[in-house]
Design a protein around this ligand. Sequence first.
Ligand code: SF4
Ligand code: SF4
Length: 434
Amino acid sequence: MGLFTGKGRVHLAGHKDLTMHGEIAQCPVGDTIAIPLVDGTATDFEICVKEGDEVKIGTLLALRKSMYVPLYATVSGVVTGIEKRMHATKRQQNHVIIANNHLDEKVKVIDIKDPDHMTQQDIIEAIKQLGIVGMGGSGFPAYKKYEAVKDIDTIIINGVECEPYITSDYHEMMRQTQALCDGAEYFRKAAQAQRVIIAIKVGKPELYAKLEATAKNYEHITVTQVPDVYPMGWERLLIETLTKRTYDRLPSEAHVIVDNAASAISLSQGIRTGMPVISRLVTVSGNGIKYPTNIDVRVGTPVHEIIEAIGGYVADGEGYVLAGGPMMGRSIMNDRFVISEYMNAITVLKKQEEHTVACLKCGECTLHCPMHLQPVRIMQAEKANDSDLLGKLDVMRCVECGMCSYICPSKIEVTDFVAKGKRRYGLTLRRKKA
Ligand code: SF4
Ligand code: SF4
């Protein structure tokens, strides 16, 4: 094992060449767009429109009840209803359905101000009203990290993209370098931090040179390359690598806030235009896709329309579709779910016969778990329906990074068992509280 590989981190076959060098495609915007009433896994939304309402790009469609999270229309047209549809959470969820009039009429969600004269509060309010979320997959509302901000000295802009196949952040950073640095600077001002570190993985010399050249114009921004190991993009490991600091619950305990590179770009664009995120770059890749590519997609577009637009599957019905990358993505039963602003990739992998054998009790999964859990014991507790033991084994700390499945020589989907264990124990906790 090399210097940066070892316990909790491995070098993965990246398959990034599939989409690293090609042109970026444009996905036609369909006649119907579906905006999911989902934020991460939360679904507590108050709907602000009804069937027959005319909407523009930027019209408020729904607001989350327990925490301020706005959802906006991404096309102009008419609301045709609220429907349950398959979602990337692997469940049927409510969606606002909009018949697109293809006029792209717009309404701003914030007033445009002179960026040089925006106060800390102005910027935090802009992050909130624009609905900026963690666009690397988390979907967490970014303003929550800045609302009660205190003693933050460092903002890390995460452009590491450590999952195999995914290159959307790479391309976004290449084509929006200035917006990335502007967004990073807004985040710095929102936290009154002293510095910003833009982190990318080694082995991207063109991007590194471009970022370095642009960052020279920003007093507080530096660009750093981190090792090509998984899960380097995970914020706990990234903070430890860049600052040598650790924390218990939240990065703010280490005086750090981490934001995704695409989120920084969206913030900059939002402040400049007054508009929320209406489209995003998505990597569509994997050995089940005929022509892997990065494609600009309107939020709310069904995945099957995107895959058709780039030439389809290698063989229909013979791959499985993941919302995200192969390590942390969720396998979805069909391609009818839609793209959300925080979904950076669709990965389609050919089904292959995996010959699972019994657990060898080798301990590799425990050795490599970045959260220092015991995945094999959690798996056994889950199989035994033992909620108490799941709690004792701290199952809720699992970040579902996929490492235990990847590393398992018996080809056991250990992560699936751990994820099921999390759900089981979470349910037990909720029942106890009720
Ligand atoms: S999926 Fe969970 S249990 Fe498995 S290695 Fe990652 S953090 Fe550990
Ligand atoms: S890595 Fe696989 S075989 Fe080894 S202990 Fe974990 S579950 Fe068992």
